[in-house]
Write a protein that binds this ligand. Structure first.
Ligand code: ADE
Length: 238
């Protein structure tokens, strides 16, 4: 069972999305476990402070390395378990679907959420945290990013999705964006009385033609909005 341990100054943000839908059901069914560790329990003074001013000046406060270490040492560490330490920060490596496939194979994920201006770099380096960013934008802290990362991992665990074949065709599974999807009604009339039809090929029952149509849409869409993915795919095939 994958154990997820999240170290945060804002424990109330959890479980958030991790308690809902397929991921929340899997938590209830004990397909994975979630522990939230409050950084303030490891504060360095009577007021349970966790941060201090940056050396060299500048705005904001930095989470202290001794506080992070104490929080980490409070977690049981058995040598035989495969554990991955992740620090969520906008200055980390960009998160990819391939990272999620890798992370979900560990026995334990320990995720440190940054807040304020970040965490003292010595803690990140000395304690061996991998720095991960969920995108080129800055959130107020790593908690939502942690939910993004964990949700992405948990849905890949065996038995979590009702139809595991959906993993094969979704966006990024073959380095392309997924083709567009349609459902009933066959003709949808919008509030302005415009009719919108489902592409005819999808109603044809011709599996080969449907497969081809979807592959073409997938390439077309990727070309339009993520040409970088196609370039990368081409390079890998060389
Ligand atoms: N904390 C703040 N912004 C973040 C981001 N983009 N990714 C990961 N952690 C963050």
């Amino acid at each position: 069972m994958l154990e997820v341990k999240i170290i945060t100054a804002y424990p109330n943000i959890f479980p958030g999305s991790l308690g809902c839908s397929v991921v929340g059901n899997a938590l209830e069914e004990k397909k994975w476990s979630l522990d939230i560790i409050n950084l303030h329990n490891f504060g360095y003074d009577e007021r349970k402070s966790i941060d201090d001013e940056p050396f060299g000046g500048g705005p904001g406060m930095i989470i202290r390395p001794d506080v992070v270490e104490k929080a980490l040492l409070s977690l049981e560490s058995l040598t035989q378990i495969k554990r991955k330490l992740i620090y969520l920060t906008p200055s980390g490596n960009p998160l990819k679907q391939s990272n999620l496939s890798e992370f979900c194979q560990f026995d334990q994920l320990i995720i440190l959420c940054g807040r304020f201006e970040g965490v003292d770099q010595r803690a990140i380096n000395a304690l061996n945290f991998s720095e991960i960013s969920i995108g080129d934008y800055v959130l107020a802290g790593g908690e939502i990013a942690a939910q993004v990362l964990v949700e992405g991992c948990i849905r890949l665990l065996p038995g979590v999705l009702g139809q595991p074949e959906s993993l094969l065709e979704e966006s990024f599974s073959n380095k392309l964006l997924e083709y567009p999807q349609y459902t009933r009604p066959k003709v949808w009339k919008d509030a302005q009385n415009n009719s919108h039809e489902v592409p005819k090929v999808l109603l044809s029952g011709h599996h080969e033609q449907i497969k081809q149509w979807r592959a073409n849409r997938s390439i077309e869409k990727t070309k339009l909005i993520r040409p970088d993915l196609l370039e990368k795919k081409k390079k890998e095939q060389k």
